[in-house]
Design a binder for this molecule. Structure first.
Ligand code: BES
Ligand code: ZN
Ligand code: ZN
Length: 512
């Protein structure tokens, strides 16, 4: 039987650390700290010096996300205390707090803990507001505990029937409780939005195809209260969305353009004005490369080529849940890129939605083809900004590695807002160029544009291509090819889809 997603419920309690009653209490410690921080002295005393002892023995150094579990002897409310390393105090950032909470929740999950206390923020010298801390801890716990288990006959749930985890942020300082709670409420929505995006992205290509992704979007819209419009292959043909249609032409599952809309109250007066932001996400439900077929090694990872679109679903879910006072539209062009006798081919010339003609030189550079139709459609709405997310190029993986997504765009202010949001959210981006020189490389001799250049600067030429379809609307493009999924487990995060960009774009939207 398919396993239900695990629920993580976070609350805040003003109880003393040694009085918190749960299965485990996690506390944070900096690397090389001399003695215990004031916040932990009382807990250590009640625990008969167990914390000091571990430090004295040298069994725990406080390196980032290192853990040690101690067993207490009845006087402390919790039978287990977990020490979580916060790394060096001087290098500590908000994401360190998010990670330490994730590490605690993930480790607790593996031990079968269902009631987890988190006091990872009380290590002395954490210079963050209670609100920021509450949000980051909550996000970290929800994201950290997540694993995709839908198809496991025996889920790794320690045989429990109820897989809910009750996480309590323990904060004895009464003055901090309100702030922590405010942050916690935001963190719940963002963590859950991100995990929702991960679950859809983790689903395999035989379950998620363009029509089933569209049904998923409709279901989401009903549940959270969004407007949803689906353009099927006939509608796409009427509209002249021949880019999306070409890419999807090889598959029996026909392409879709999914539109979700949230009209927050700030815009209700000015009905004629365009949306504040259109978020666009590439959703190739499987990218075989098409006729320009990919090598078979790791081709299974191309089920993650829909991750940009899944991020849009997660973002719109969170936007609706928070009732953001903005007008936000989510656009998800979706197709399956397969070789068959009906596929589009290298050499084909396609008239895209914008009217511009496109020479297809490689059917594996398909993301930009579906996106150019969606971006042109987005620009027609005259929004104040467009932000797109796409697993667009292997070149971006080579350029930046797995720690940053590539950030491109035509507007310095928008880029800098996203860079700021990246620092707060922990979804890191790095600015890259995509100006005229790159665009010149995308001109075809027999059509307006072609879909590949040479191999050099492939992420930049791809971005320059996209930029030609947004007119003068402020636009940013985030190439998430390297960060959308991972096969490396971390103490604070499992493998598979990461849900990258949900927190990033939400932070950007919330700070508007
Ligand atoms: N979906 C891929 C990009 C990709 C590669 C994502 C690796 C994640 C990991 C995209 O559609 C693609 O195949 N791009 C080609 C473009 C090339 C043919 C110009 C690429 O990057 O090799
Ligand atoms: Zn491709
Ligand atoms: Zn692709």
């Amino acid at each position: 039987m398919a396993k239900k997603a695990k629920r993580t419920i976070v609350t805040v309690s003003g109880v003393r650390l040694d009085k918190y009653k749960g299965d485990m209490l996690a506390v944070g410690l900096f690397e090389g700290a001399k003695g215990l921080p004031a916040e932990l002295v009382q807990l250590d005393k009640t625990a008969d010096g167990a914390l000091k002892n571990v430090l004295k023995l040298g069994d725990f150094s406080g390196k980032a996300n290192e853990t040690a579990v101690l067993y207490t002897s009845g006087k402390v409310g919790c039978k287990r205390i977990m020490l979580v390393g916060l790394g060096q105090n001087g290098k500590f950032k908000l994401d360190g707090l998010r990670q330490s909470a994730g590490t605690a929740a993930r480790t607790a999950e593996k031990l079968g803990v269902t009631r987890l206390g988190l006091a990872v923020h009380g290590a002395g010298g954490v210079k963050l507001s209670a609100e920021q801390a509450g949000q980051a801890i909550t996000e970290g716990a929800i994201i950290g505990r997540y694993d995709y288990q839908e198809y496991l006959s025996e889920a790794k749930d320690n045989g429990r029937k109820d897989t809910t985890m009750q996480v309590t942020i323990v904060e004895p300082k009464a003055s901090a409780v309100t702030g922590l709670n405010r942050g916690r409420r935001v963190g719940m929505v963002l963590g859950e939005g991100q995990n929702y995006a991960r679950t859809i992205a983790n689903k395999p290509g035989n379950e998620i195809n363009p029509p089933s992704l569209a049904r998923e979007a409709q279901k989401l819209a009903r549940e959270v209260g969004l407007k949803c419009k689906i353009f099927d292959e006939r509608k796409l043909s009427d509209m002249g969305m021949n880019g999306i249609l070409a890419v999807g032409s090889g598959s029996a599952s026909k392409p879709r353009l999914i539109m979700l809309e949230h009209k927050g109250r700030r815009t209700s007066g000015a009905r004629k004005a365009g949306p504040d932001v259109v978020v666009v996400g590439k959703a190739i439900t499987f990218d075989s490369g098409g006729i320009s077929i990919k090598p078979s090694e790791k081709m299974e990872e191309m089920k993650f080529d829909k991750t940009g679109g899944c991020a849009v679903l997660g973002i719109m879910r969170a936007v609706a849940a928070m009732k953001l006072p903005l007008h936000v539209v989510g656009l998800i062009p979706s197709a399956e890129n397969l070789p068959s006798h009906t596929s589009y081919r290298p050499g084909d010339i396609v008239r895209t939605y914008s009217g511009k003609t496109l020479e297809v030189q490689n059917t594996d550079a398909e993301g930009r083809i579906i996106l150019c139709d969606a971006l042109a459609y987005a620009a027609k709405m005259k929004p104040k900004a467009i932000v797109d997310m796409a697993t667009l190029t292997g070149a971006c993986v080579v350029a930046l590695g797995v720690h940053y997504a590539g950030l491109f765009g035509n507007n310095a202010a928008l880029k800098s807002e996203l860079e700021k949001a990246a620092q707060v959210s922990g979804d890191l981006v790095w600015g890259m160029p995509s100006d005229e020189g790159y665009f010149a490389e995308m001109k075809s001799k027999i059509a307006d544009l072609k879909n590949i250049s040479n191999r050099k600067g492939g992420a930049c030429t791809a971005a320059a291509f996209l930029g030609d379809f947004v007119g003068d609307v402020p636009w940013a493009h985030i190439d998430i090819a390297a960060v959308a999924d991972t096969d490396v487990e971390k103490p604070y995060r499992g493998v598979g889809a990461t849900g990258f960009a949900v927190r990033l774009v939400m932070e950007y939207l919330r700070s508007k």
